[in-house]
Write a protein that binds this ligand. Structure first.
Ligand SMILES: C[S@@+](CC[C@H](N)C(=O)[O-])C[C@H]1O[C@@H](n2cnc3c(N)ncnc32)[C@H](O)[C@@H]1O
Length: 214
């Protein structure tokens, strides 16, 4: 089954999290292009995961790609606690730090990252702030770093399933962009697009854009 080895790995890694957070940690790989995202990671990378949730993606990068340095930022304190607990127990020989931040001013550690991930976070940012948020990443990342934007494609009818999902699990309606608009915005900011991928998994229309500074 798609994502099953990741689900298996994560299945005994949750303990004190809320029921919803446990569901998200364990079953996220089922509805998410996890293979594609992990393919962007090498063992020598320093990962900076923006909107790192409970740290499950970063933990998979540590376990399956042998990454040794991880930063994650989140706006929700409980998720930062979850991530730090997950790493304390299961990533003992890794340098890691998960921060709570204000959702806009990224900590300076972003410029030491070689791979920066924004996995399903952009559609949680108010539409009027999305371009500035991406510009901020561009301005702060290292010239040789790679930025991976993974989000949900508003040009697909299936976007409504994501809106329903977010309403149930996050209590909000997503502000998804069309894939073509995301490309245009990134290029206007100055990113060079290295690769793209669009893939429906279950009822979720994912797009992934891999880019770097020009
Ligand atoms: C759909 S979840 C994705 C979590 C994780 N990236 C993953 O793929 O499993 C969206 C996350 O973005 C976080 N978030 C929302 N606005 C944010 C912001 N401005 N900066 C960073 N994270 C944010 C939320 O707290 C939530 O954990």
């Amino acid at each position: 089954m798609f994502g099953s080895k990741y689900i298996k790995y994560l299945s005994d890694k949750t303990k004190n999290e809320s029921f919803i957070d446990r569901l998200k940690i364990k079953f996220r790989p089922l509805i998410f292009p996890i293979e594609l995202l992990l393919r962007q990671v090498n063992s020598g990378d320093t990962i900076f995961d923006i909107g790192s949730g409970s740290g499950q993606f970063a933990l998979l990068a540590v376990h399956f790609k042998k990454v040794k340095e991880v930063y994650g930022v989140e706006i929700k304190q409980q998720l930062v606690l979850n991530a730090n607990n997950l790493f304390k127990q299961h990533a003992k020989d890794v340098n890691y730090k998960f921060f709570q931040y204000d959702g806009g001013n990224l900590p300076k550690e972003i410029n030491s990252a070689t791979k920066i991930f924004l996995n399903d976070v952009l559609h949680h940012i108010p539409t009027t702030n999305q371009v500035a948020f991406l510009e901020n990443i561009y301005n702060q990342m290292d010239a040789n770093a790679v930025f991976i934007l993974k989000d949900i494609d508003a040009s697909s009818f299936y976007v409504y399933f994501n809106k329903l999902h977010d309403l149930i699990f996050a209590g909000e309606i997503g502000k998804e962009l069309k894939f073509s608009d995301a490309i245009e915005i990134l290029e206007r900011i100055g990113f060079q697009i290295l690769d793209t991928n669009r893939k429906n998994i279950a009822v979720y229309p994912h797009y992934t854009i891999i880019c770097k500074k020009k």
